[in-house]
Design a protein around this ligand. Structure first.
Ligand code: ADP
Length: 188
C-alpha cells in the first residue's frame, strides 16, 4: 500500500518547521511592512515562506465577503484553513490580517492549532495609524465613506495573550523583525 507523505517528511525536505505567524493590529499598524521584511530575512536564511495578506485575500479567495460580523468570521475561517495547508507543508506562513476581535483570533487559532500559532500583536495607537493613513482609509472612514472601519466604526479588541507585542511607533522595522526571529530560533 502506498504510504501517504506526512508533514514531517515535507519539513525534512525543506529543513524547517511549519508555523503560522499571525499578525494582528489596526490598519496601518505595520503588519504588511513587518511581514514582508520578515519574509526577506527568512528567505535570506534559506527558509520557505508564504505571506497571506488581507487585501490580496479579499480580492481573491474571499472575493464577495464584506465586513459584517458574519463575513469577517467567514473571511478568517477560510484564511485559517488555507494557512493550515501551508503549515502542514512545512511553510512559514505569515498572516497579515486586522483580525480585530478575540473571537476571530480564537477561530484562527483553533483551526490552525495551538502549537502552530504564533500571535504577534502589531501595536500602534489609533492616533499613530490615523496619522500614517497609508491607504487614505482613515480619512474616508472619518468622512463616513467607509462604514465598519476598524478603529472608527468598528471595534479593535486588544489581544489578551499575544506571544509577541511590537510597538511599532517605538521600534524600528528591523528591531520588530529581530524580535520575531528570536522567537522562531527559540522554537527550533
Ligand atoms: P498594515 O499592514 O498593518 O495595514 P502597513 O504595513 O501597510 O500596515 O503600514 C504601516 C506603515 O507604518 C508603513 O508606512 C511603515 O513604513 C510605517 N512604519 C513606521 N514604523 C514602523 C515599524 N516599526 N514597523 C512597521 N511599520 C512601520
Amino acid at each position: 500500500m502506498d504510504v501517504i507523505l506526512q508533514r514531517g517528511d515535507k519539513e525534512k525536505l525543506l529543513g524547517q518547521k511549519g508555523i503560522a505567524i499571525w499578525m494582528t493590529g489596526l490598519s496601518g499598524s505595520g503588519k504588511t511592512t513587518i511581514g514582508s521584511a520578515l519574509e526577506k530575512k527568512l528567505y535570506g536564511a534559506g527558509l520557505l515562506t508564504q505571506i497571506l495578506d488581507g487585501d490580496i485575500v479579499r480580492e481573491g479567495i474571499n472575493r464577495g465577503l464584506g465586513f459584517s460580523d458574519a463575513d469577517r468570521k467567514e473571511n478568517i475561517r477560510r484564511i485559517a484553513e488555507v494557512t493550515k495547508l501551508f503549515v502542514n507543508c512545512g511553510v512559514i506562513t505569515i498572516c497579515c490580517f486586522v483580525s480585530p476581535t478575540e473571537e476571530i483570533r480564537s477561530i484562527a487559532k483553533s483551526i490552525i492549532g495551538d502549537e502552530d500559532y504564533l500571535e504577534v500583536f502589531v501595536n500602534a495607537s489609533l492616533d499613530v495609524c490615523e496619522q500614517r493613513d497609508v491607504k487614505g482609509l482613515y480619512a474616508k472612514a472619518r468622512k463616513g465613506e467607509i462604514k465598519d472601519f476598524t478603529g472608527i466604526g468598528s471595534v479593535y479588541e486588544t489581544p489578551l495573550n499575544p506571544q509577541i507585542e511590537l510597538k511599532t511607533n517605538e521600534l524600528s522595522i528591523d528591531s520588530c523583525v529581530d524580535i520575531i526571529m528570536e522567537h522562531l530560533n527559540k522554537r527550533k
